[in-house]
Design a protein around this ligand. Structure first.
Ligand SMILES: Nc1ncnc2c1ncn2[C@@H]1O[C@H](COP(=O)(O)OP(=O)(O)OP(=O)(O)O)[C@@H](O)[C@H]1O
Length: 413
């Protein structure tokens, strides 16, 4: 038997790598390089994660999203716990455990300032299982790019029309037949007209919708609608304000007829071709009221009371109001009661105070940033949509709107 001790000493052989020839050597080197690259990537990820964890903690403390805990060693700060960082080709996100008693809205409330502290343009919070949420970071505002209104039109009042696109890319729609008047506010050049062009262009062809209303500017309603079935129900211009009051009275009369002739056991008229949904558009309504007040106080009261009646009783009679104003101050739109009647509320760029006025105190935190937002970006509050930020579709210039109405506007029978 040969043991190690008895085995004859052989000359030392050089170590040989079994690489399978020159091609095999290249493969091996490539594998080693890939492994080194992967280790470097993991190390870089670990360092970035540690940086982000530190920044998150500092940012949360900075905005007051923290709890101070008194321990034997002194005062410590607790912030929502950073979990893991995820880097994908589509973006950066990380998980966070909410603090005891915390809600995702606590993070949303400071979204912009937290995102800026982390070096990003914005963030969104996605609830996960249990107390965990995912914080998704944006390099650029997802609503920064314009999107064109598709060429589709709705055929019926209960078909949804497009209001805009949310930050996550989902489309926000609204069926006019669903109960609820629509309020739109925004400073000059903030995007009210574009939104209105889009809404009216989508509805212009519907057989069971009449687009009526008052427009002192004569741009949204009026000339563009010549030859359509809608035009006789529209009044424009600022010369004859009494005509606006008379026209609104006429619409109230139409509503009253419907309420009086409501079939038994029915308390809500469903729009049909015979009893169409009447969309009463009030373009720059505070301007109409101001002009009427300057002329004759009684005229302003008459206009206010007609609009109040349309707002408070219109829903049952298939009347909906779309009111546009720079600011929805109570005294500018016919009082706080009038303002309360709007279920769907959209705010383009407005001062922070105006945002809270239309969307409630919860919207106050969004005010400073929204006061400088780009044209076309709005906050929407509606049943099922709690102060959602969206981008309204872009129709094009005024000419493009006129072309759409000329092409799609329902013709008089
Ligand atoms: N949804 C949008 N997408 C892209 N650009 C928009 C959008 N809305 C508005 N804009 C840009 O902003 C400009 C002003 O918009 P718009 O005329 O709708 O504002 P407005 O609030 O109606 O202003 P005013 O009260 O002066 O009539 C448009 O000409 C367009 O360039």
């Amino acid at each position: 038997m040969t043991t190690d001790r008895t085995r004859p000493l052989l000359p030392r052989q050089p170590v040989r790598w079994h690489t399978g020839g020159p091609g095999g050597a290249r493969r091996l080197i490539n594998r080693l390089r890939a492994r080194v690259a992967e280790q470097q990537r993991l190390e870089a990820h670990r360092l970035l994660e540690a940086d982000m964890r530190g920044l998150w903690r500092e940012a949360c403390t900075g905005v007051g999203l923290c709890q101070y805990i008194s321990a034997a060693a002194g005062l410590t700060v607790r912030t929502p716990r950073f979990g893991g960082l995820r880097l994908t080709p589509t973006g950066t996100s990380f998980t966070v455990e909410l603090m005891p008693g915390g809600e995702p809205t606590d993070i949303e409330a400071h979204a912009l300032r937290l995102a800026h502290s982390l070096g990003f343009a914005g963030l969104r919070v996605q609830p996960m299982a249990g107390r965990w949420v995912r914080v998704v970071l944006f390099d650029a505002d997802p609503l920064a790019s314009t999107f064109a209104l598709p060429h589709a039109v709705t055929g019926r009042a209960d078909d949804p029309i497009l209001l805009g696109r949310r930050e996550d890319g989902a489309l926000v729609e609204h069926a006019l037949a669903s109960p609820g008047h629509v309020a739109v506010q925004g400073q000059n050049g903030s995007g009210k007209s574009q939104l209105s062009y889009g809404l009216l262009a989508q509805l212009a062809a519907a057989g069971d919708v009449v687009i009526a209303g008052s427009d002192i500017t004569g741009l949204l309603l009026g000339r563009a609608w010549n030859g359509t079935a809608h035009r006789p129900w529209q009044i424009t211009g600022s010369k004859d304000l009494a005509a606006h009051a008379a026209h609104l009275d006429r619409l109230v009369g139409w509503m009253d007829d419907r309420l009086e002739t409501m079939p038994p056991r029915v308390d809500n008229i469903a729009p049909t071709v015979q009893t169409p949904l009447v969309l009463v558009v009030l373009e720059e309504f505070p301007g109409l009221l101001r002009a009427a007040q300057a002329k004759d106080r009684k005229l302003a009261e008459r206009i206010t009371s007609a609009v109040l009646r349309l707002l408070s009783e219109g829903r049952k009679a298939a009347f909906r109001v779309l009111m546009l104003a720079q600011r929805f101050e109570a005294n500018a739109v016919g009082g706080g009661y009038a303002r309360d009647q709007f279920a769907v509320r959209l705010s383009f760029r407005v001062p922070a105070e105006s945002l809270a006025m239309l969307h409630g105190d919860d919207a106050r935190r969004l005010g400073p940033e929204h006061a400088n937002t780009e044209p076309g970006i709005a906050y929407l509050s509606a049943p099922g949509e709690d102060c959602v930020r969206l981008r309204a579709p872009y129709v094009g210039g005024y000419g493009a709107f006129c072309d759409r109405i000329a092409r799609d506007g329902r013709r008089a029978a």
